[in-house]
Write a protein of this length. Structure first.
Length: 206
């Protein structure tokens, strides 16, 4: 089994749309191990609608839209990392984290600790808006410091060539292309937008 992890520099950067595009383009299954917040469409439901990919059920579905450790405590649940072992599926698997790299899963563990356990290649999603250099550099340092294989950075938003090149050069990372902000998010629009993502490099990491 080949697994690709998608994480972000922050919450709301667009990693769910990127995950949907990657799942469809790679012919992969999709798994969101921990979902916090159930009132609106979940990330799993969004990816299913946008990709048509085989979907695995979440290990934890938590009501409160907050950091997983707080959502779990709100429900009287304790997240067990042993339940978050990568599932075995035929073909590739795209796994989406929650929020950013340093989002707490428990009072003792960050998502970063899970990524280090998995030892699967990671794509970092970063918005191109103001502040992205700092957030991206910190995320890359954390991932590499934990021994995680980072495939590169996929940018999301309007083109910011100087910002993107600064990150690539100063952080010594690969530019995996860019997804624009889509006025209407549909399966067809996401598939078209994936033309701007370096799928060749991503496939080579699996």
């Amino acid at each position: 089994m080949s697994t690709l992890v998608v994480t972000g520099t922050d919450t709301g950067v667009g990693k769910t749309v990127l995950s949907a595009g990657l799942a469809a383009a790679l012919g992969a299954s999709y798994w969101k191990p921990v979902q916090s917040g159930l009132e609106e469409a979940t990330d799993t439901e969004t990816v299913q609608a946008l990709s048509g990919a085989p979907i695995l059920p979440e290990a934890y579905r938590l009501n409160l839209p907050a950091s997983p450790h707080l959502s779990a405590e709100d429900m009287g649940v304790e997240i067990d990392l042993e339940r978050l072992t990568l599932p075995q599926v035929p073909g590739p698997l795209v796994v989406e984290g929650a929020g950013g790299v340093m989002v707490p899963l428990t009072r003792q563990h960050f998502f970063l600790d899970l990524f280090a356990r998995w030892q699967a290649p990671v794509v970092l999603a970063a918005r191109t808006a103001l502040g992205t250099i700092n957030h991206t550099a910190l995320s890359l340092r954390a991932l590499r410091g934990a021994g995680v294989d980072v495939v590169g950075v996929a940018f999301i938003g309007d083109a910011e060539p100087d910002v993107e090149q600064t990150i690539v050069e100063m952080c010594e990372t690969r530019h995996l292309g860019r997804l624009p902000i889509l006025d209407t998010v549909t399966r067809a629009n996401v598939a078209d937008a994936m033309a701007g993502v370096d799928l060749t490099t991503i496939r080579g990491a699996l």
